[in-house]
Write a protein that binds this ligand. Structure first.
Ligand code: GUN
Length: 347
């Protein structure tokens, strides 16, 4: 049986496992093959819970409402003592260049989440023919703006614009996407910093569902600066044994078959087949690709994993809707909140 698991039930079940990669619960023999009870991650439910906590923290810190739970959570924040009632709320600014429809929708989701959590936010829209110089000038103006806590340059950028140069231009303390060299370096050497949101969201899901990372074999397929590389480093920091591969790695199915945890972030629709998944493994699917459907219309988003086929094989899996995506936005709010706490605490 497959369950759209409530987080608490799944966590309890996952915690009772000796390690991930073992069957959660067998359902008898199905044509000689053990069938696994797959827990489907409720990323939206977890995201809502965490966002409500952050909203309460912001309300308590800005004096807009004396939310008791928020105040309790805030008491644990080191910078909290520097706040005064009436402080301005955290502020995120996104920069979107060009006309990519998926980016437009993603950015709108980020601003909606900000509004609901009591953050302020702004979206700067630049035309597709914006020069690199103009983009860097816009970033620098936001670096200097004392009302701005977080800056995010939405990717992908139009052809001709250098995303790495843009990432390098964002002030480290406002780099809530965790893409700049200072934060990437901190992640590499083991320090504290602002780290990329999708990897943080994946770690939060794994922790919530009680997946043991220490000593587990984690296979990451994908090597982007924003997901593949940072999630590999974060998993290694949690004592997982990490294999970093990509869509052109040789023997990809065999490598994946030895994974207790599989993170798929290639953008290749349904790359990962059921037979690649070790029975009982945790599978985090970051893919959300739009494909040309039979009718000629764009269809999707489609994940990197053949989700339907993986049910009954994986122990835990994220759906491509309401899985990792809502947690990415949640971690963007968390980074913005942390950046705001640092700024206000230092003021
Ligand atoms: N495009 C898709 N996901 C992301 C993200 O997490 N950050 C940025 N900057 N752009 C994206």
């Amino acid at each position: 049986m497959t369950t759209a698991a409530s987080p608490s039930r799944a966590a309890g079940r996952a915690q009772s496992r000796e390690k991930i990669g073992q069957p959660v619960q067998t359902q008898g023999q199905m044509r000689g093959r053990t069938r696994i009870e797959t827990s489907v991650v409720d990323g939206l439910g977890l995201a809502r819970k965490l966002r409500a906590e952050m909203a309460a923290q912001v309300a308590a810190l800005t004096g807009s409402a004396a939310a008791a739970e928020g105040a309790a959570a805030v008491a644990e924040r080191p910078a909290a003592s520097a706040f005064h009632s009436g402080a301005r709320p955290p502020c995120l600014v996104t920069l979107r260049v060009g006309e990519d429809p998926a980016s437009r929708a993603y950015v709108a989701g980020k601003h909606r989440a900000c509004r609901r959590a009591g953050f302020t936010s702004r979206n700067l829209e630049l035309p597709a023919n914006t020069s690199q110089k103009e983009l860097l000038a816009q970033i620098e103006a936001l670096n200097q703006d004392g009302e701005v806590d977080g800056i995010l340059v939405q990717l992908p950028l139009p052809k001709g614009l250098d995303a790495v140069a843009a990432a390098c231009a964002i002030a480290a303390e406002k780099d809530v996407d965790g893409v700049g060299p200072v934060n990437a370096g901190r992640l590499l050497v083991g320090g504290a910093g602002l780290f990329p949101c999708t990897p943080l969201g994946i770690l939060a899901i794994l922790d919530h569902y009680g997946v043991e990372l220490r000593g587990a074999h984690a296979v990451v397929i994908g090597r982007s600066n924003i997901v593949g590389k940072p999630v590999s480093l974060l998993l290694q920091r949690r004592d997982a044994t990490v294999t970093m591969c990509h869509s052109r790695s040789r023997n990809l199915p065999e490598i994946c078959q030895s994974a207790d945890l599989l993170v798929a972030c290639t953008g290749v629709p349904r790359l990962v087949k059921a037979g690649w998944i070790q029975p009982g493994a945790a599978v985090m699917d970051v893919g959300a690709t739009y494909v040309n459907g039979k009718s000629g219309n764009l269809e999707g988003p489609v994940g990197d994993v053949d989700f339907e086929a993986a049910l009954g094989r994986a122990g835990l899996i994220t759906p491509h809707r309401r899985g990792v995506g809502p947690m990415t936005i949640t971690m963007l709010l968390r980074n913005t909140l942390d950046a705001w706490c640092q700024r206000m605490g230092a003021a």
